[in-house]
Design a protein around this ligand. Structure first.
Ligand code: SAM
Length: 277
């Protein structure tokens, strides 16, 4: 416990981050909901709509933790394909909507086609919680879990169609290395998408947000997870993280083209996007 506190206070980045996520893993989802008032779900949905994956997409979700992005990806691909097949069938056969739906209920997993998602995270506790969630929610096809560091990904070059990192890159010790690795493992034409806390542009909102972050979040952490220090670390890591334009420049430096970003909720979070062309 003392080691953890010291690491966090004196910024010994790697072990501090590892221990923070090891200690929050079991309560991570409930804390995520309470800290963001559930809005993180909307942000993640927006990320998915931006990605709008086509059939057969191979996604790598780095710092994927408990699988939120992976599960959304699977749902998105399945329902897009379901709508597409229903439309096709409806046009060509004299079946009722109910008959069509029933036939798909029988084998829903086929709807994923050859799309696949790989969740990669450095923390085995987060992956363990994610795997349990997947089992509980019935996700198995097209989903795999890999223990690995964003700065040294255990994958071949030019492998994935899309790389996502949601609320993960600010925890990485060497962001430049993580971006280089993202570039390496993407296929030419592949897309990089990063969802992360960023800088609030509106001065009044910025003040309120600071108050909330520094006064409320550590208290919530203590009350819900009995862990003030880890949540204080999370708030501090948000403050230290480069703002929108700076991150955009770092993504360009890694070789990505057509880099842009979209602010959500006045910049509380931003989605950065870039292509390996
Ligand atoms: N992406 C998930 C989400 O949006 O709910 C989890 C985000 S959680 C705030 C941050 C995750 O980053 C943790 O699971 C942590 O273990 C992981 N992480 C931190 N440093 C990492 C690194 N160098 N490589 C891979 N994952 C890392």
């Amino acid at each position: 416990e003392l080691f953890k506190v010291d690491c966090i206070s004196f910024s010994c980045p790697f072990f501090a981050v590892y221990q923070v996520f090891e200690s929050v893993a079991k309560k991570y989802d409930v804390m995520n909901d309470s800290m963001t008032l559930g809005i993180h779900r909307v942000w993640k949905d927006i990320l998915m709509h931006k990605m709008n994956p086509s059939p057969g997409t191979l996604l790598l979700d780095v710092a994927g933790g408990t699988g939120d992005i992976a599960f959304r990806f699977i749902n998105y691909v399945r329902s897009a394909r379901e709508r597409q097949l229903q439309r096709k069938l409806k046009n060509h056969q004299n079946l009722s909507w109910q008959e069509i739906s029933e036939s798909y209920q029988e084998d829903k997993f086929k709807l994923l086609g050859d799309s696949q998602v790989v969740v990669c995270d450095i923390n085995k506790e987060m992956l363990k919680v994610g795997k349990q969630k997947a089992q509980h929610l019935g996700y198995s096809e097209g989903l795999s879990w890999v223990l690995g560091n964003a700065e040294e990904l255990p994958f071949d070059d030019d492998k994935f169609d899309v790389y996502t990192i949601a609320f993960g890159i600010r925890n990485v010790t060497r962001i430049d290395l993580a971006l280089e690795e993202a570039y390496r493992v993407l296929k030419p034409g592949g897309r990089f998408l990063c969802l992360e806390f960023s800088r609030v542009s509106n001065p009044l909102l910025s003040r309120l947000y600071d108050l909330y972050s520094f006064q409320v979040i550590p208290v919530l952490g203590e009350v819900i997870a009995g862990d003030w220090k880890s949540y204080q670390y999370l708030v501090e890591s948000i403050r230290r993280f480069p703002p929108q334009e700076e991150l955009k420049a770092m993504i360009e430096d890694a070789g990505f083209l057509k880099v842009d970003y979209q602010n959500l909720n006045s910049g509380i979070v931003a989605i950065h996007s870039g292509f390996k062309l």
